[in-house]
Design a protein around this ligand. Structure first.
Ligand code: ADP
Length: 243
């Protein structure tokens, strides 16, 4: 579960007001898209959730951890409840698919027995059975992304966050990846997707939060928000990005 109350974030280095009073709640098992133009504050929200940065004002609660009150030494414990998938996947080039996932588990201290059981399970979840021995460069972009998803899942996160997961992929692959994600959300993993490509959200997301200028301008069920936006800024954004 994620909760933000009246969060403001000013980056000291530039004096930029990145978030100007954000309130949001994301419940367990929800599949949420955080959408908005470049510079609207989406990545800042993800960085606040991981504890990489601190809010200037307001509270951020992630999986029962109040990040404002959390001691630094407790941060790794909170982070283990999160799975983050970055735009560039960050796979290890000289390790095959199986070892990329197994290595991540070893790093957090999983036993050999656990690894042997869990790796095939998560690879099957993302539809990569039969690809275990391939190196990352022997996979399509969509498959590489699914390795990154499997690796995050192997660590049993309560929440999976994706920063612009679809930007590097063509539309066909995007559909394939989103289907995997929808399945995972149905298995009660909370999913937060950051993107500027709203049209992908319509058929898979439970809810869309539309951000602009550091605030949540509008939020609602995915189909409703895309088909009947209430706010002019949302309409403009949709008109700009629809194909
Ligand atoms: P988005 O992810 O929606 O593109 P960001 O959260 O990255 O938006 O950025 C929000 C605003 O904060 C932008 O104006 C950006 O230039 C500024 N910003 C982001 N990161 C930093 C930083 N590390 N230092 C200073 N300003 C930043």
């Amino acid at each position: 579960m994620v909760q933000m109350n009246d969060v403001r974030k000013i980056y000291d280095s530039s004096g930029t007001l990145a978030l100007d009073g954000v309130d949001l709640t994301i419940n367990e098992g929800e599949f949420v898209f955080l959408v908005g133009p470049s510079g609207s504050g989406k990545t800042t929200i993800i960085k606040l959730l991981t504890g990489e940065i601190q809010p200037t004002e307001g509270t951020v609660i992630v999986n029962d951890f109040d990040l404002g009150k959390l001691k630094r030494r407790k941060l790794p414990k909170m982070r283990r409840t999160l799975g983050i998938i970055f735009q560039d996947f960050r796979l290890i080039d000289n390790m095959n698919v199986y070892d990329n996932v197994a290595f991540a588990m070893r790093v957090v201290g999983a036993s050999a027995k656990e690894i042997k059981k869990r790796v095939p399970y998560v690879l099957e979840l993302v539809g990569l059975e039969g690809r275990e021995k391939r190196l990352p460069q022997e996979l399509s972009g969509g498959e590489q992304q699914r390795v990154a998803i499997a690796r995050a899942l192997a660590l049993h996160p309560d929440i999976l966050c994706f920063d612009e997961p679809t930007s590097a992929l063509d539309p066909e692959l995007t559909g394939e990846v989103l289907k995997v994600l929808r399945d995972l959300a149905d298995r009660k993993t909370t999913m937060i997707i950051v993107t500027h490509e709203m049209h992908f959200a319509r058929d898979v997301a439970d809810r869309i939060l539309f951000m602009d200028g550091g605030v949540v301008v509008e939020e609602g069920p995915a189909k409703q928000l895309i088909d009947h936006p209430r706010e002019e800024r949302t309409r403009q954004f949709l008109a700009h990005y629809s194909e």
